[in-house]
Design a protein around this ligand. Sequence first.
Ligand SMILES: Cc1ncc(COP(=O)(O)O)c(C=O)c1O
Length: 286
Amino acid sequence: MTMAYLNGEFLPLHEAKISPMDRGFLFGDGVYEVIPCYVGKTVALQYHMDRLRHSLHEIQLAIAPSDSDLEAILKELIIRNGNGNVGIYLQITRGVVEKRQHAFPERASPTVFAYTFPIDPPSNGAADNATCFTTVTRADTRWARCHIKSTALLGNVLHMMEAVNEGAEEVLLFNEQGLLTEAAACNVFIVKDDQVLTPELDHQKLPGVTRRLCLELLEKYTDWQVRVGPVSREAVMSAEEVWLSSSTKELAPVIAIDGKPVADGRPGSYWSAAQRLFHLHRFDIK
Ligand SMILES: Cc1ncc(COP(=O)(O)O)c(C=O)c1O
């Protein structure tokens, strides 16, 4: 039985209830995090907390539990769910209101909700146990606040469905200049001419914790050429490797784009080495 946390109480997930007047439900007025946890140990919890604070700041939601209170809640939730391989979903909304109106209420008591869901054991970088992704490409039609990890994800959901409707698993998104932004639920890296490239952060991309960890690991443990900057559609379509990054996938190879294989359609050697580094160092950051 999955245990959840809701506003001060640990309880079975199926017993957790919120009001339909919660602004998270009415407006998507909330933020969230997904934190991976393997055999009871979280990955880069501090980076997730930093991003959560940033998201709360961006939506002007000042009243929320302190980091240490939240961390204590999450640790207790991990234990109550059996110390396994789980993603921890943590959501904070602006809370329940009496009247549905767009402007923030004067006083609000945030709703804090968390639960866990099972995730696969992480890859060690071996090509034969890699979870590979097929993708399609689309113009990025989401809003201009993608740097906030907001629960208002309909733009991402509709883009994901464009992939699913074509039998693919993710969608690579390009902005009006034809530059790569990210995917519906991941950041993106490519390898081209023996250089690892990923788009720079701005309002069109979520600052992924996995992206951050990956860049730090490549900087610290490799002598590879790594560049953070504009990535054109042409570069993506002719890349030797394309990777997705997210907390529950770590690094995952893209093996096809719009029905065409990426290189030979198999996970590449750079991916293998980068995911191996992840495997060795995922717990290095508190
Ligand atoms: C739109 C989007 N970009 C990037 C990411 C990757 O972020 P992280 O590595 O922090 O999981 C996610 C993860 O959910 C996402 O939804």
